[in-house]
Design a protein around this ligand. Structure first.
Ligand code: ADP
Ligand code: ASP
Ligand code: MG
Length: 404
């Protein structure tokens, strides 16, 4: 007998018909003599709708109340799914985060899991029942409801795999697995058989929505293999595993992109120690994430330009913070660009294959796509381009690195 955690995303339970289909998949997996714990997301669109409503009340809607609101999506879907399973003649029960409990820290809207109590659910599944756990939710030691960040049901599933010591952690979604790029932007995206935690973490952090970055990180730390697969086909899906299980035949494994980036340039700052700190300290204190940073010095070596990128939604605030600090930073002028996309190629294979960087730049240049900023790590290269070129850039890189 095996113990499985099966996570179904919002797209897999997007309507009643799909919920019934999912209940049947669960029934089949249960018939194979498995103990089953299900984790379920809110029906697709629900979390977005609730977020919009909160924003209509206030742009600064209280985080603790937001968590109560957002978690309601999973309360609805977990009971609907459990009810659908019962209707198929199988014993099932839903559990909300607080009922288990899944204890988290107080970092509302992006909480980390501290502990999960297991005895009640273990007893239930060992007696043949199917436990349906509402994903995305937790509770603090002070009994306040929390959520785990957008896409957080993935993290619920990984944490449950850890605490319940399951034999597998399966992420059911609306695509065949992890693909070489987002199929919505390039039809030739292909399923990846096996991908390393490190590569998946880069893919997810750089925009591939299929897995939540925190969930990938948790699985990497705990060495929990993840199986990403489709709710709507029987194809084998993708294994996310440790690096030593992978033979990198290609230099690039996948391509990710994110839109809504903005770039700010501070021109003519005096080039002396402490200037960069003076620029970034007040921005950091406002919890604004800086992504790429470029500094170049003028020919006479006396002044420098500092360029950095942020999320578009943070642009207004960032500009006003810098302007407020003009005297301290002492710059000549400040310019900005909006609507930029970050396109990234990811692959552990690039460590051992020279020439990846120039190939990337050359193929973009051939399409007359201008690169505005670059950042690299051992297993990824990201470039910033005008948002209008997103699709074209992804497509050409997909061809260049033979991913189709
Ligand atoms: P779920 O509702 O199951 O959590 P998500 O919408 O969060 O599903 O993630 C699946 C979606 O991620 C896919 O439908 C696809 O549009 C998008 N996606 C982006 N990049 C990739 C990629 N590299 N591989 C697979 N899917 C991707
Ligand atoms: N419902 C949450 C969201 O949309 C969590 C999840 O789907 O994983 O972000
Ligand atoms: Mg998701």
């Amino acid at each position: 007998m095996k113990r499985l955690v099966l996570k179904f995303g919002g797209t897999s339970v997007g309507n009643i018909e799909k919920i019934k289909k999912v209940a049947n998949i669960i029934k089949d997996r249960h018939k194979e003599n498995n103990e089953i714990i299900v984790v379920v997301s809110a029906m697709s669109g629900v979390t977005n709708d609730l977020t919009k409503k909160a924003n209509l009340i206030s742009k600064n809607f209280n985080n603790k109340e937001l968590d109560v609101l957002l978690s309601s999506g999973e309360q609805a879907s977990s009971s609907l799914l459990s009810g659908a399973i019962i209707d198929l003649g199988i014993q099932s029960r839903s559990w909300l985060g607080w009922q288990i409990p899944i204890i988290t820290n107080e970092n509302h809207t992006a909480s980390q899991i501290i502990k999960i109590k297991t005895n009640e659910i273990l007893k239930y599944i060992s007696n043949g029942g199917i436990a349906v756990i509402a994903g995305f939710q937790g509770i603090t030691k002070n009994d306040r409801i929390t959520t785990l960040g957008r896409g957080g049901s993935d993290l619920s599933a990984v944490a449950i795999a850890k605490y319940f010591e399951t034999d597998s952690c399966e992420i059911y979604t609306d695509v065949e697995g992890v693909l070489t790029t987002d199929p919505n932007i390039h039809k030739k995206a292909k399923r990846i058989d096996k991908i390393s935690y490190e590569e998946m973490l880069e893919m997810a952090s750089l925009g591939a929505k299929v897995m939540q970055p925190s969930a990938v990180q948790a699985s990497m730390i705990e060495n929990i293999p993840i199986h990403v697969r489709s709710t709507f086909s029987d194809k084998i899906g993708t294994e996310i595993v440790s690096e030593d299980n992978i033979d990198h035949k290609k230099s690039v494994t996948g391509i990710a992109y994110s839109k809504n980036n903005a770039k700010v340039s501070i021109v003519g700052v005096v080039d002396k120690p402490g200037v960069a700190a003076d620029v970034f300290e007040p921005i950091g204190k406002h919890n604004i994430n800086i992504d790429m940073v470029i500094q170049n010095t003028s020919l006479d070596g006396k002044t420098a330009n500092i360029t950095f990128t942020i999320k578009q939604e943070d642009l207004k605030k960032t500009l006003s913070i810098i302007e407020k600090n003009q005297q301290k930073i002492n710059y000549k002028k400040i310019t900005h660009d909006e609507k930029l996309a970050k396109i990234s190629i990811i692959g552990a294979g690039m460590i051992t294959s020279p020439g990846v960087t120039y190939k990337m730049f050359r193929s973009l240049a051939n399409k007359k796509i201008n690169i505005l900023a670059i950042s690299t790590s051992e297993i990824k290269i990201s470039v910033l381009v005008n948002e209008d070129f997103t699709q074209e850039a992804v497509k050409i890189l997909h061809e260049t690195f033979e991913l189709s």
